[in-house]
Design a protein around this ligand. Structure first.
Ligand SMILES: *Cc1c(COP(=O)(O)O)cnc(C)c1O
Length: 470
């Protein structure tokens, strides 16, 4: 399988190449040259497979030429063996029509584990082949940092440097990062805000002393959801849920708590591959750029309002570019122009073909704080089920979407409620306990380095502990 950039001028790469590259060199995102297709018959034959076997079936066309089915199976077996539920992503029925797909049984209790546990192993596999070394640098305000650290801790040929704004992440989130003890994990508590930390990471990617792509010493890479391999891993659970609910015979709708548009884009990919999806509901909080884009065509960034669902507090949804590309006749030149306009003005209009194309499969909803709390208390009172704030936004959107009563609606549950227990307690009166396997989080020893909010201090630290590229 070849991958091409949404902006049309970066070289096409194979799966190994896009996994290690992350972003394309022309600033675009990689997508498969064409969508693999499964026939109705092939999808029907997937029913009853274990999660790992299903993952191998769904992902094989994407990794062709870079991994054998055996290698893929081995990586998936190890990645999903770390989940605490045998079904990996179990499905729970809340009422006649509404279902919850629990994606939070991984080591850090957020859905990001599903993709990152695999990505960490893919890095290790490909780096062993090329005998190279990768330096992952990231900034986090919460979930991504802990999931990425867990995914690469102790892996060969990878070092991770995760910057967090000192004193500005929750105790649970910080401890999930700083109590992972492995020689290749470096937690850096930086003076300043998340944006300050993020700006340093961006600067390092362009630093000719540091980044090998600019002539520097280290092969610096990112683990955010612009990496195609992450999206690919997420396609699998759409198949898993739909098959359990009667696909391909019966259509299923999905409601997805959305931030960077990675998770819901994986649903779009599943639909392109032949999975009969009735509708994809893009659920946002008050940071509603995607809801505005999908309802009016106005894609314009404002300023971020902090909410109780922080992983959805975004201004710009990077993966939306992949959809806009696919709906624009895959014209990379035109899309590069459109994105340049957006980068200059922080605003753009969707074209008619983008709007109409999106409307065929997507609808959207904006769920504010009050509606989110209501959804949490309703689910708890009526179904005895505790939702985290992100999932509650998806669930509220699912109930309001007006989907035909004969069609099951699956809300993707993106975080374990105990990760956001203050917000859960405020809405429901229930304070969910941390599960036993992470229950000793507050007894574990933390390790992190405190650094001033100065780029040079961070670059010096990374230079000292990272391994140069081969
Ligand atoms: C990352 C995240 C989201 C948003 O997912 P995207 O792929 O960025 O749209 C939603 N909920 C939780 C808990 C997350 O960690």
């Amino acid at each position: 399988m070849k991958y091409i950039s949404t902006r049309g001028s970066a070289p096409a790469l194979d799966f190994e190449g896009v996994t290690l590259a992350g972003l394309a060199s022309d600033g675009g995102l990689y997508v498969p040259e064409e969508w693999p297709q499964f026939s109705e018959h092939e999808i029907a034959a997937m029913a009853g497979l274990s999660y790992v076997e299903l993952a191998v079936k769904v992902m094989t066309p994407f990794v062709e030429g870079s991994l054998t089915a055996e290698e893929l199976r081995d990586l998936c077996t190890r990645a999903y063996g770390r989940f605490s539920h045998a079904a990996v992503t179990p499905l729970v029925q809340l009422d006649q029509q509404q279902w919850i797909l629990e994606l939070f049984h991984g080591p850090t209790l957020a859905f990001k584990d599903v993709a990152l546990q695999l990505l960490g192993r893919l890095f290790e596999h490909f780096l062993a082949k090329s005998e190279d070394h990768l330096t992952i640098v990231g900034a986090t305000s919460g979930d991504t940092g802990s999931a990425a650290i867990d995914a690469v801790a102790g892996r060969e040929r990878v070092d991770i440097f995760m910057l967090h704004p000192k004193g500005r992440v929750s105790d649970v989130q910080r401890r999930q990062m700083t109590t992972v003890r492995a020689p290749n994990v470096h937690n850096l508590a930086i003076e300043g805000s998340f944006d300050d930390a993020q700006a340093m990471v961006k600067r390092m990617f362009g630093d000719p002393e540091m980044a090998s792509s600019k002539g520097g010493k280290f092969r610096i890479s990112a683990v955010n959801s612009i990496n195609w391999a992450r999206l690919m891993a997420q396609v699998v659970y759409y198949f898993a849920a739909a098959l359990q609910l009667g696909a391909p015979r019966r259509k299923v709708a999905f409601s997805v708590p959305t931030g960077n548009f990675g998770d819901v884009f994986a649903g779009y990919v599943a639909a392109q591959m032949g999975l009969p999806i009735e509708r994809l509901i893009v659920a946002t909080n008050v940071n509603d750029i995607l809801h505005r884009a999908l309802t009016t065509g106005d894609y314009s960034a404002g300023s971020v309002t902090p909410t109780a669902a922080p992983s959805m507090d975004i201004q710009v949804s990077s993966n939306f570019e992949r959809l806009l590309f696919d709906l624009n006749g895959r014209d990379g030149t035109a899309l590069a122009e459109q994105m340049r306009g957006f980068e200059a003005n922080k605003a753009m209009q969707l074209t008619n073909s983008q709007r109409e194309g999106a409307a065929r499969l997507f609808s959207s909803a904006r769920v504010d704080q009050a509606a989110m709390s209501q959804a949490m208390s309703w689910a708890n009172a009526q179904c005895g089920y505790v939702l985290d704030p992100h999932t509650a936004i998806g669930f509220q959107a699912a109930r309001d979407a007006g989907i035909d009563a004969a069609t099951p609606v699956v809300t993707l549950a993106t975080a374990y409620p105990a990760k956001f227990r203050d917000a859960v307690e405020r809405a429901t009166g229930v304070r969910p306990p941390l599960p036993a396997r992470v229950g000793d989080l507050f007894e574990r020893t933390e390790a992190f380095e405190e650094l001033p909010g100065e780029y040079d201090a961070v670059a010096e630290y990374v230079s000292k502990f990272a391994t140069p590229s081969a």
